[in-house]
Design a protein around this ligand. Sequence first.
Ligand SMILES: [Zn+2]
Length: 215
Amino acid sequence: MRLPARRQAAAPKRRCGVGYALGLEEVANPVDVLQLDMSGRPQAWITPREAAVVYASDGVAWTLGRAFHVLRGGIQRATGLQSRIEVHPIIAVKGAVPSRAWRQTPALSNPKLFVRDRHVCAYCGRRFAFDLLTREHVIPVSRGGRDTWMNCITACRGCNGRKGNRLPEEARMSLMYLPYIPSLHEDMILRGRRILTDQMEFLLASVPRSSRLHA
Ligand SMILES: [Zn+2]
């Protein structure tokens, strides 16, 4: 994590050389912690502060990766020492594992759809900024197409307008890539804001080779 120069100068470096003592101050754009359940299934991205609450309540079952955050709290009356929590990039929380959790389909959203398709229009094959992209229904909704991962593709505004209310074959516009449903691990990558190497390695290890994220 990059900190403003004055913070870097002021913050004591830790022995292992990663991270800085951040106290409980808010950082402008903190890296999130990947929360798993006991079986290793990704559950959510949480802030280091939220992770600290899990640590403090003895809710962490196991961790992965090197600690990247140190949160400092108040002075403990009994010991006179300042409380200190090292936050790891990946934490598994104690508790029951819902048996059906692995089968859930991730929710569809435009930001995730555009990342799945690497911001490339499925019709013209060009890459666009977020604002110029649209969620395009391969089978139009007005003709019975569903708003699902398998019927949605990323398209630029121009191509979406040109295709209009037609099927790709009617419009003579072929798809340059196919839609697919992201796995749970892939969904976490699509949702992540800034993903640390440890987190990316963990998630990518479970993403099918067919995913565009490997491209
Ligand atoms: Zn296009």
